[in-house]
Design a protein around this ligand. Structure first.
Ligand code: COI
Length: 355
């Protein structure tokens, strides 16, 4: 192995104790970037195969100014988490699902993508090399961010000739400043997130900056996030900027189908499975905004967000309030998800990968 791999495989600042980050305030992590020790990088060769990746010290990367990602936005990202349990063991949650989603997105964006095994191995290596950054149980997780970018130079519009697959990580707590309290959402009626036949259903980097205007505006008015409606009829629920949305009415839980406009969230899929196992009826179908406003309960799901209840939704100047507190359907689903991740509930589906 080259000396950089050698060095990376023996994380120097880490002396065998996972408690070495004594100066981190684990109780107030939030969702900001904290520089960790290592990142994983590999590039594709011209036939689209990714070389064996290497861990290297976390740091800046060099890109040609004409890289496909910088000029034409050829980029995808993923988000997955590593958890620490009370007994010190470390787990990833369904990283294969992120690998599959990246392959699906890469096909849509004309990019080469790593194999599922390569992706999962890279996530595992990144988590282990940064293990001292995995928060104590109950304090959060190590958020792992795989990136696939067109790094090869291009000038005329075409797929880049080379791709870089990179994985970095940062310890995180709650995504919203509200913590685990319920969210106040605003239904956006000027901008849309996705269009029919567009790329709303893949985790392209180009889906995220166009929502910033609506998000910043709503946050400035005190809302937690915005909900987008479909761009064709302007009346059906799609999703928020960073999470999927579900509505509960009685025993029925509804969420929009992954029809190309909706991001197929790993937490979305997991929560649907848990809900069905718990006896709820779950429908993936068009949800008109009136039905959303008429729900008993609304909740959001995402890797970064987790499962969070919505307290209010504001639409066209009218504010609707939902059930909050304990005994919520979303609480049942959230506590099951957290129970599985922390090992308190037996993982019968093989969702957890010990690393
Ligand atoms: C995630 O939930 O992992 C995401 O990628 C959303 C992102 C905006 C933080």
């Amino acid at each position: 192995a080259s000396s950089s791999v050698q060095e990376a495989l023996e994380p120097t600042p880490y002396s065998g104790s996972d408690d070495e980050n004594g100066d981190i305030d684990w109780d107030n992590l939030g969702f900001g970037i904290k520089q960790t020790d290592y990142m994983y990088v590999t590039k594709s060769t011209c036939d689209g195969v990714f070389e064996q990746g290497q861990l290297s010290r976390f740091g800046n990367i060099e890109l040609n100014p004409s890289a496909g990602v910088l000029n034409y936005g050829q980029g995808l990202f993923e988000g997955t988490k590593a958890f620490r349990r009370e007994d010190g063991s470390l787990f990833l949650f369904r990283p294969d699902q992120n690998a599959i989603r990246m392959q699906f997105g890469a096909d849509r964006m004309c990019m080469h993508s790593p194999s599922i095994d390569q992706f999962v191995d890279a996530v595992k290596q990144t988590a282990l090399a940064n293990r001292r950054w995995i928060p104590p149980p109950g304090k959060g997780s190590l958020y792992i961010r795989p990136l696939l970018i067109g790094s090869g130079p291009i000038l005329g519009l075409a797929p880049a000739p080379e791709y870089t697959f990179l994985v970095f990580a940062s310890p995180v707590g709650n995504y919203f400043k509200e913590g685990l309290s319920s969210l106040n959402l605003y239904i956006e009626d000027e901008f849309h997130r996705a269009t029919r036949g567009g790329a709303g259903g893949v985790k392209s980097i180009s889906n995220y900056s166009p929502v910033l205007k609506a998000l910043t505006r709503a946050k400035g008015r005190g809302f937690s996030d915005v909900i987008f409606l479909d761009s064709m009829y302007k009346k059906n629920l799609e999703e928020a900027t960073s999470c999927n949305v579900f509505v509960v009415k009685g025993n029925l839980i509804s969420t929009p189908p992954t029809n190309g406009n909706i991001l197929p969230g790993v937490t979305r899929k997991t929560v649907i499975d848990i809900a069905r196992d718990h006896g709820y009826q779950v429908e993936e179908r068009t949800v008109p905004v009136e039905e959303l406003l008429d729900g008993d309960e609304v909740f959001c799901t995402g890797t970064a967000v987790g499962v969070l209840p919505v307290g209010t939704i504001t639409y066209k100047g009218k504010r609707v309030e939902y059930k909050t507190g304990s005994r919520l359907v979303s609480w049942d689903l959230y506590s099951t998800l957290v129970g599985l991740q922390s090992g308190l509930i037996e993982d019968k589906k093989g969702w957890l990968l010990e690393i």
